[in-house]
Design a protein around this ligand. Sequence first.
Ligand code: 4NP
Length: 239
Amino acid sequence: MMSLCTNSILPIIPNLPVTHFNTKTPILTPFSPQNPHSFNQSLNLFNQRLKIKQTPLTIITSSMASTAQSEEKPFSVLFVCLGNICRSPAAEGVFTNLVQKRNLSSKFVIDSAGTINYHEGGPADSRMRAASKRRGIEITSISRPIRPSDFKEFDLILAMDRQNKEDILAALERWSFTETLPADAHKKVQLMCSYCKKHDETEVPDPYYGGAQGFEKVLDLLEDACESLLESIVDKSSS
Ligand code: 4NP
């Protein structure tokens, strides 16, 4: 089966002798998204003239495709910190690991970003990657700054600390002047530690200028928050 998603398809059949159609030759009607069969109809007319047999194509219009997708739209989570090299890539790794262990990968889109672009294109901090690896978690993400489309594409945006949350909301306000963003996008922005059950901390502290224990603390908090985050999403989707 072949799928086509285009607005301007006409049959292209190479190496055929040139045929001179008379004025009664039906004119090929171009493919129209309003009539997804128009391509097959025009292809059949064309092939009748040339005595070619061809299996009809199955055409998926963009409206059909979006209906199919919306039925199984994955839940999307974006983790955000300052540089996107320590806390948020670790959160992405911890949450991805939990989702994989529960065989739920197809149900989620998971990503991370920073509120600054200073480390854009670079890998996560080697200390964060080493600490995560000791707990069986691979961090593979590449740093990128948060962008306007994140407010459309993600269901939940989790900030590691209050300053991150303020910066995310300030960016949303700025971008709202020039971009069409969801009116309730600010509701998607929450603090990561609001999901913690075993810890009293309200923020994931920045480990960048500290010692090794700072990276362990980040992972303790993230493991706690990610476990209850996953539970809350699974509970909501089954209720
Ligand atoms: P993150 O940590 O926000 O958890 O990725 C930091 C990374 C870089 C810097 C600060 C914090 N920095 O100042 O470059």
